[in-house]
Design a protein around this ligand. Structure first.
Ligand SMILES: Cc1cc2nc3c(=O)[nH]c(=O)nc-3n(C[C@H](O)[C@H](O)[C@H](O)COP(=O)(O)OP(=O)(O)OC[C@H]3O[C@@H](n4cnc5c(N)ncnc54)[C@H](O)[C@@H]3O)c2cc1C
Length: 379
């Protein structure tokens, strides 16, 4: 019995089946084509919205389903199981849209959240810049008040959903003298004059997910697009980042479980020296280790999700989950790929895509070194 058993309802189970069916029908058959194109079609977002896969935890008054975070965890797990890293639904549902809910004005929530739930509006968050990622206090993008507008200048890079996004939450300096206390979050509609998307960046994995540079050249946004007051950006990021890190940990355990399942199926069918690969003691020992580590990781992640459902997931625990499970993901996926021999290196084999997709997990959402800094501060 896991820490989450008590939280599951028949509705959660039904939602899992909806996600599974949606991915089987609308995503898996097309994923390789989208990997070549470097992006998923816009229409997929509307289909996902129509099936209730967007905004599950947003209040009903803003077009959401009023559900708990477990619905998000289920969608992430099902995408992991399907090895469907293209659609960045979780980034939108669990990372960006919550900023609008928590810090937007009533008018903004009514304007943006229903469209985010229907898939008409795709969102992104832009923290990282060419010159700075881990050290967010050093962002150079700035916003200056001019009349009743903020005027933004600067550039961002590595922004997920960068090509698709209609609304980007931008981390900008509103008072460069104040460092962290001069940092704010500003919602920018991508139709704004002076906003430009750069190229869709070519990555070694997550190939169906678009990742872009963004440029802001005297972009004017209404004063109330600054979320929750000037200088509050850092505090807001600190409040919301534990959920982002938990999302990455759930992706990690889902990838670990998917890798184990794929590998078990393969070693029970492939032969060498007249024996099945599973019949070598090395295979059983390695897979026994992986199965044990997967169980330990699952127990820890479920405990983190249970804490989060109670509003008790703290920053260092989320950092532990992010760093430890993503390190394990890379280790396990690499070991699993080995059992596929040369086939494991072929793109058409899902284990190869899992391998390529895994590497970034140790980098984004705060690098694993930064996670250790956060944990280290509690020692
Ligand atoms: C596919 C992908 C998607 C992404 N999506 C987004 C997105 O949607 N939005 C967004 O804002 N960003 C996004 N990022 C950016 C990502 O969050 C950053 O790349 C990450 O935070 C690291 O920043 P950096 O690349 O500038 O590395 P740097 O900060 O330059 O770090 C370089 C190395 O130095 C280490 N280092 C830095 N500081 C310390 C320290 N204090 N102690 C020890 N080691 C340290 C780092 O751990 C790393 O190993 C994405 C990145 C990728 C690859």
């Amino acid at each position: 019995m896991t820490a989450l058993a008590a939280h599951y309802t028949p509705e959660h189970q039904m939602f899992r089946e909806t996600c599974r069916r949606f991915l089987e029908k609308e995503v898996t058959p097309f994923h390789m084509k989208w990997e070549e194109e470097g992006i998923v079609p816009r229409e997929l977002w509307r289909k996902a919205g129509a099936q209730g896969l967007l905004g599950m935890s947003m209040p009903e008054e803003y077009g959401g389903a009023g559900g708990d975070f477990l619905y998000s965890a289920i969608l992430i797990e099902e995408q992991g199981r399907a090895i469907a890293s293209g659609p960045a639904f979780s980034l939108h549902n669990d990372i960006v849209v919550p900023y609008l809910l928590h810090y937007g004005t009533e008018e903004q929530k009514k304007k943006w959240i229903p469209k985010a739930c229907s898939g008409e509006l795709v969102t992104a968050i832009a923290m990282t810049e060419p010159g700075t990622g881990s050290d967010l206090q050093s962002v150079k993008t700035n916003a200056v008040m001019d009349g009743n507008h903020w005027v933004l200048n600067g550039s961002k890079t590595f922004i997920s959903n960068g090509q698709l996004a209609d609304l980007v939450i931008v981390v900008a300096k509103t008072d460069p003298k104040l460092g962290a206390k001069g940092t704010s979050l500003i919602a920018v509609e991508t139709t704004s004059h002076g906003f430009k998307r750069g190229r869709n960046l070519e990555k070694i994995g997550m190939k169906a997910q678009d990742t872009s540079e963004l440029f802001f050249d005297n972009v004017r946004v209404p004063a109330d697009h600054l979320l929750g007051g000037p200088g509050m950006g850092f505090v807001q990021l600190m409040q919301q980042l534990p959920q982002e890190r938990l999302v990455i940990a759930i992706q990690a355990i889902a990838a670990i479980e998917a890798a184990l399942e794929l590998t078990l199926a393969y070693v029970k069918e492939r032969k060498a020296f007249g024996k099945l690969i599973i019949d070598f003691q090395n295979t059983r020992f390695k897979l026994a280790e992986i199965k044990t580590k997967a169980r330990v990781a699952r127990t820890f992640v479920d405990d983190c999700v249970a804490r989060h459902l109670k509003g008790e997931l703290d920053v260092p625990t989320a950092a532990m989950a992010k760093y430890w499970t993503t390190d394990l993901q890379c280790e396990v996926v690499d070991q699993c790929l080995q059992f596929f021999g040369g086939y494991g290196y072929m793109w058409e084999y899902p284990i190869a895509r899992l391998y390529a997709d895994s590497r970034v997990q140790k980098i984004y959402g705060g690098t694993n070194e930064i996670m250790k800094e956060l944990i280290g501060r509690t020692l």
